[in-house]
Design a protein around this ligand. Structure first.
Ligand code: FMN
Length: 137
């Protein structure tokens, strides 16, 4: 099994309906594809962790990358896992405030945007897990 984390910029500021559209389609598709994960949105930025079978993950990621609702998609981390981080979430969701987002963005090195250090990945996943546990939407 594999996971990946990416960050992207929304094409416009998303309202509740825009986010629900994304979440509804994501959950419907991810259940069929046995993918799980967590999506965070705030201040025009998305951060998403997706996990599952590598081939399925790759295909879904390609679909997501091609989605015109966001751009500047940066893959921040990717790796093999034996256990899912979000086994109960076809796609967890949290709307983040500016402070919470700044914390995530603090992990992105402007000189090397693509990949996080292992400790950073752990911290990011830790934050996402905290959000998933307190926000059951
Ligand atoms: C920020 C963001 C996250 C998304 N996450 C997922 C996802 O986890 N799974 C998924 O299938 N589609 C996701 N999508 C939607 C896909 O880009 C695409 O619209 C959808 O998979 C197409 O589904 P359909 O062929 O059933 O219409 C996401 C889109 C955005 C903008």
């Amino acid at each position: 099994m594999e996971y990946l984390v990416y960050l992207s910029t929304a094409q416009k500021l998303m309202d509740q309906n825009d986010l629900l559209d994304i979440l509804t389609a994501s959950r419907y598709n991810n259940i069929r594809h046995n993918l799980t994960g967590m999506l965070l949105y705030g201040e025009g930025t998305f951060i998403q962790l997706l996990e599952g079978d590598p081939e399925t993950l790759k295909q879904t990621y390609q679909t997501i990358e091609a989605d015109s609702r966001h751009h500047n998609i940066i893959k921040m981390a990717q790796g093999e896992i034996t256990e899912r981080y979000f086994p109960e979430w076809a796609m967890g969701f949290k709307s983040a405030n500016a402070t919470e987002l700044a914390e995530f963005k603090g992990y992105i090195n402007p000189d090397n945007k693509s990949f996080l250090q292992q400790g950073d990945t752990d911290a990011i996943i830790g934050m996402l897990k905290t959000f998933a546990d307190v926000n059951r939407m």
